[in-house]
Design a protein. Structure first.
Length: 312
């Protein structure tokens, strides 16, 4: 994506001569302090945004009360389209061609063509579908009310298998290239499962876990009541450490260098260094951010208590 900027002579001088008080990393992460804007999705309806993702070109956001998914131009923040679903959307994922949405109270998932917004189908999966993982061949859906994970064929929407989540009220699920990681919000600890559904490891965490992300080497999981994130070696399930963030952390994203954490009750995003968990910045965003996604230039948050998403 080519972007052209017009800079004044003073601006060029400032770029050429950065403040010596800042490290290189601080100057890099400073981009998330600029361009603070909110982009409205709904006007009269409380959309209650739950999850946000970047598909490589567009930003997508799940609208819980709005029962829809919105597609956003990340350059201008304009809403390209909002596509209705049969239920309250709690999770979304991109499979390389399509956007999938969980319909939390309808026991189903909806398939949307990313390029056009066309609804391709809605498929029954089980009780309380919450979140997705995708391994390149199969979709995995946490069934929060059934304490299960459904394995779904993305071509047909057919459930091929269901297996125990290893705990109660499974919320987040992440694929690390080999195995699945399930955050059971009703019981402390994180479960590592193979794609056949066998529990291969249980990782103790400081509190109830909600969502997780894979940064290429490590699994990072949010500990909602401990106000921290835990870093885990994906290959061995060894815990590296836990690091403080804001209050009631939920959604989490990583670009391999940084980890971004949405803090629901402090209305902030924490930016941590992946290598050692150090806190680099705490960024104010909208009210009650449930999720965060990076598009490589900006951070986007799904604000649960407003009709706008934040770009930082």
């Amino acid at each position: 994506m080519l972007k052209v900027f017009t800079l004044s002579l003073l601006g060029l001088l400032l770029l050429a001569s950065p403040s010596p008080a800042q490290t290189v990393e601080q100057r890099i992460t400073n981009k998330w302090w600029t361009g603070n804007r909110n982009y409205p999705i709904g006007s009269t309806t409380s959309f209650s945004f739950t999850e946000v993702l970047f598909d490589g070109r567009y930003i997508w956001v799940g609208n819980f009360n709005g029962k829809s998914v919105s597609k956003i131009d990340p350059v201008y923040g304009t809403v390209i389209g909002t596509y209705a679903t049969p239920g309250n959307v709690s999770g979304i994922i991109f499979d390389g061609e399509n956007i999938w949405a969980t319909n939390r109270f309808s026991g189903s998932i909806t398939k949307i063509r990313a390029s056009t917004g066309a609804i391709l189908g809605t498929y029954a999966v089980g009780s309380g579908p919450q979140s997705f993982a995708f391994d390149g061949a199969w979709l995995y859906v946490t069934l929060c009310d059934a304490n299960q994970v459904a394995k779904v064929n993305p071509s047909t929407g057919v459930v091929a298998a269901k297996f125990s989540s290893g705990g109660s009220n499974p919320y987040g699920i992440t694929f690390d290239g080999v195995n699945l990681w399930v955050s059971n919000a009703g019981s402390s600890g994180l479960k590592k499962l193979n794609t056949a559904g066998t529990v291969v490891a249980t990782v103790a965490t400081p509190s109830v876990t909600v969502y997780s992300v894979f940064d290429g080497t490590y699994i990072w999981v949010t500990n909602q009541t401990a106000n921290s994130v835990t870093k885990i070696v994906a290959a061995t399930a060894a815990v590296i450490g836990s690091y403080p963030v804001g209050t009631r952390p939920g959604g989490i994203d990583s670009d391999g260098t940084y980890v971004y954490v949405a803090n629901q009750t402090s209305n902030t995003v924490s930016v941590l260094r992946s290598s050692n968990g150090s806190l680099l910045k705490t960024i104010p965003v909208g009210a009650a951010p449930l999720d965060v996604a990076s598009d490589g230039i900006s951070l986007w948050t799904a604000n649960n208590m407003t009709n706008a998403i934040s770009r930082r």
